[in-house]
Design a protein around this ligand. Structure first.
Ligand SMILES: *[C@@H]1O[C@H](CO)[C@@H](O)[C@H](O)[C@H]1NC(C)=O
Ligand SMILES: *[C@@H]1O[C@H](CO)[C@@H](O)[C@H](O)[C@H]1NC(C)=O
Ligand SMILES: *[C@@H]1O[C@H](CO)[C@@H](O)[C@H](O)[C@H]1NC(C)=O
Ligand SMILES: *[C@@H]1O[C@H](CO)[C@@H](O)[C@H](O)[C@H]1NC(C)=O
Length: 539
């Protein structure tokens, strides 16, 4: 594919510059970036002030010299006969002009601004953050079936039953520019995801048409046409590839690469019209969870088959003490959500103050969340969040919450029979694709605690979100929305110790808001007298 060399070369450069930025993976770090931008605004304001001052000084000099010339020209009494006039002329030419023309003021002003930028540069989002954020937008677009035209104008809408409905209404509408769309399209393009690159680049081209270049943008209409034409070619739409390339030639008639492409497209079209229908077409890129994708997305958009309680008398709500004296005075509001797998929701499990304390305690320790992939732990695109581990021994509030979990579930949550409290903060389109909490391989790093598999999960919602972020149980076909301060509990293992396949679950992407959860994973050992095992795999 020689004729596309330029584009592929570009791709290689981008990959080389990847560095480990980690802003987009957590709303907490994104919020910190706002402060950086405010500081930059302050410096830009000072820069503008100094530059305006500098230009005004130059204008004053210009006016002075112009006035002198006008006076000498109009009025013959002021002429070079006057030694003062002659002197000032010579002084200006020998000295004043030099000072104006060789002034360093402009560079000094720029240097001052650049100096500040360099100082905070390491704390600013990296290319990887930008790419991750772009991918987050595309994820939201897919999972929530968002209409791209609406999204570009700042709306979060999907077509439901033939009409457009808002699934989230932001208080301030932020629309995207042609260059914004161009960037998202380019990220998709470089990931060979032509399904998204075509859609986003079409928006970019539409917005770039009739729009002048601005200094902050890197893309132009020609660039967008170039990428869009090639994306169409990759999906087998030769006809569009050709017409876009011709439009591009209109702006850049001598572009040899595009001329060669046009020749090639014309040959392809004339040789065999059917070829224009070949190719993969516009298909969504395959993912790691393709098998369950439709269910996952349905559950993220709705609560699935989560029953209304009057529909199933075996599901109920009650005030629950688990026979613990510690809970007698303040029984917990329990809602049984599902019997198979057994999933319970405890409303108002923690107070707003406790949730706040836990979030704040986690902030300094937040790191990119990892996944247990075979033997090792690593970061992955299918888990976008930051997390921190809090020890009960170091935080009295955490130990109080541990005790409450123990009272409610009757389980031993002391380390190492349970893991420390894991606090998670999600980022742009932050999610966790369908997974099991328990280990499904003997080699899993989860066994390093030497206390068996993760038998139960206790997940606390530490915040509310504005939209999205449900916890979806894929095979059980229901999802639980984010209810602030409540907690979800389920058994991952059957009583015989085998994993319960019905617990496959996911954290849906956060459409809007700052999602925080805390996880307590209870292991098998230490529970022998609390959760007696059974040979019956159905229990
Ligand atoms: C000099 O003459 C020009 C045109 O004749 C006029 O516009 C300008 O105001 C005059 N300048 C002065 C200082 O009189
Ligand atoms: C869909 O639209 C039709 C006709 O407008 C209406 O009768 C039906 O109730 C709608 N269904 C839902 C689920 O809103
Ligand atoms: C899941 O629940 C939805 C909503 O009740 C229902 O329409 C769908 O058929 C269910 N899917 C399966 C696989 O049971
Ligand atoms: C796991 O990590 C170790 C040490 O970092 C490495 O030697 C090993 O190859 C990794 N294993 C896998 C399966 O990635």
């Amino acid at each position: 594919m020689l004729c596309f060399q330029l584009l592929s070369l570009w791709f290689i450069l981008h990959v080389c510059h990847r560095s480990l930025g980690e802003f987009y993976t957590s709303m907490m770090t994104i919020k910190q970036s706002i402060l950086s931008e405010r500081q930059l605004i302050d410096h830009l304001r000072r820069y503008l002030h100094r530059e305006t001052q500098r230009l005004e000084d130059i204008k004053r000099f210009y006016t002075k010299v112009t006035a002198f010339h006008e006076a000498t020209h109009n009025d013959s009494t002021v002429s070079m006969d006057n030694p003062l006039a002659a002197f000032t002329l010579i002084k200006r030419l020998q000295s004043e002009w030099l000072n104006i023309i060789y002034s360093n003021k402009a560079e000094e002003n720029v240097q001052e601004m650049k100096g500040f930028y360099k100082k905070i540069e390491s704390n600013l989002p990296k290319l990887e953050d930008l790419q991750g954020a772009a991918q987050g937008l595309m994820r939201l677009q897919d999972v929530y079936s968002l209409q791209l035209e609406g999204m570009v104008k700042g709306h979060f809408q999907r077509v439901s039953n033939g009409t457009i409905v808002d699934i989230y209404k932001p208080s301030v509408c932020i629309s995207l520019s042609g260059d914004d769309c161009f960037l998202v399209g380019k990220v998709a393009y470089h990931g060979e995801d032509y399904y998204h690159s075509v859609q986003w680049l079409e928006e970019a081209v539409r917005l770039f048409r009739g729009f002048n270049r601005s200094p902050e943008n890197e893309g132009t209409l020609e660039d967008a046409l170039d990428y869009l034409a090639f994306s169409h070619f990759k999906t087998g739409n030769i006809f569009s590839a050709l017409s876009l390339s011709l439009e591009l030639l209109h702006y850049d008639p001598s572009n040899r690469r595009v001329l060669l492409n046009v020749e090639k497209y014309e040959k392809l079209l004339s040789k065999n019209y059917a070829v224009s229908r070949l190719g993969s077409g516009l298909k969504r890129p395959s993912t790691t969870y393709l098998r369950t994708r439709d269910t996952y997305e349905t559950l993220c958009q709705s609560q699935g088959s989560q029953p209304k309680h009057y529909e199933n008398p075996r599901l109920f709500c009650d005030y629950y003490t688990n026979g613990s004296p510690g809970l007698l005075l303040q029984p917990m509001k329990r809602e049984l959500v599902s019997l198979q797998p057994y999933v319970v929701l405890f409303h108002d499990f923690i107070t707003g103050g406790e949730a706040h304390y836990i979030r704040e305690s986690a902030v300094p320790a937040l790191r990119r969340s990892v996944v247990a992939s075979s033997v090792n732990q690593s970061t992955a695109d299918y888990r976008i969040s930051k997390s921190a581990w809090l020890k009960g021994s170091e935080h009295p509030t955490v130990s109080k919450v541990d005790r409450r979990i123990s009272l409610l579930t009757g389980l031993n949550v002391q380390y190492p029979y349970a893991e420390h409290l894991q606090v998670v903060n999600y980022g742009i389109g932050g999610h966790y694709e369908p997974h099991f909490d328990h280990a499904t391989l003997k080699s899993s790093p989860l066994y390093r605690l030497n206390s068996g598999n993760r038998m139960a999960t206790f997940m606390i919602y530490l915040s509310s979100v504005e939209a999205g972020g449900y916890t979806a149980f894929i095979y059980a076909n229901f999802s639980i929305p984010v209810i602030k301060n409540s907690a979800v509990f389920w058994w991952n293992l059957h009583r015989n110790g085998q994993g319960n396949g019905d617990t496959l679950h996911a954290g849906c992407p956060v459409l809007a808001g700052d999602k925080w959860v805390a996880n307590k994973w209870v292991h098998e050992y230490g529970q022998e007298f609390r959760w007696p095992c059974s040979p019956n795999p159905h229990e």
